[in-house]
Design a protein around this ligand. Sequence first.
Ligand code: ZN
Length: 290
Amino acid sequence: MTRFYNYLGLDAENLTSVRCFVCRGTSTRPVGLDNGFQIVRCNECSMVYVNPRPSPAQLREFYEKYYEPEDIVPEAWEREMGGVFEQHADWVHEYAGKPGKVLDVGSSFGHFLRGMEQRGWSAVGIEPSSIAAEHSRRIVKGRIHTGGFEEIDLEPESFDAVVSLYVVEHVHEPREFMEKVFEVLKPGGQAIIRIPFTRPFFPVYRMLKRPLMFAPMHLNDFPPRAMRRLGLDLGFKRVDFRIGRPRKASDTLEKVGAVVLGGVGRAIEGVTGGSRVFPYVGALSYRLYK
Ligand SMILES: [Zn+2]
């Protein structure tokens, strides 16, 4: 099995306590323990998060070394994620109706942005891993910033679309992240945020003695109603979601789950026109319209 990430280097020490990122509440109940990190669920809005958690500085150091410095990694990453990138590029393009300017936050090796440039868009990426950012510069014409989203200066209301795939689950302050997404989007623009939703699987994972949400890599687990509440609260006009194509898992259980449960989820989405959420799909793409 190819190892994409370097898991080492984050211990449950010197952690920071946080409030719920959606409702700002502090009333929570514990729902699990992952690698020594406490996972809680907000009693007010159902948001699930790791608390206390590593600080932004600890996370920055961790993600600079996130990808293994091996040549095979970008290709392996594209094999796993290529379908997800293509589908999201199609969604962005279809909704916009014409090419515009897109920002990919956590642009990894640049494959999604390359797909957007092939569709005529102008592309900007932000990526904390310098190995991944460097690779992107070879395949993307647009500018790739190395660093964290919060530290890069971007002009307000300058993007037609902001996309962030499998990133928000990793960030220390997801509310500030989403505020900045809103800020850099043009009115009428769209954001697509794809993140795992693992809470419904906790009982099964607990039984199988698997990690619940891969803390401390993953810190935030948004149920649909929590993401909807956050989005509307920040000023987005509408928040909906799509189940979308799963990433190609190398883990057998994940693979079977993605096919069977994802199939059921997509069927329900089709029948109900997306008004009903089947929670056992592993990940959701939230679409927020400014
Ligand atoms: Zn809350």
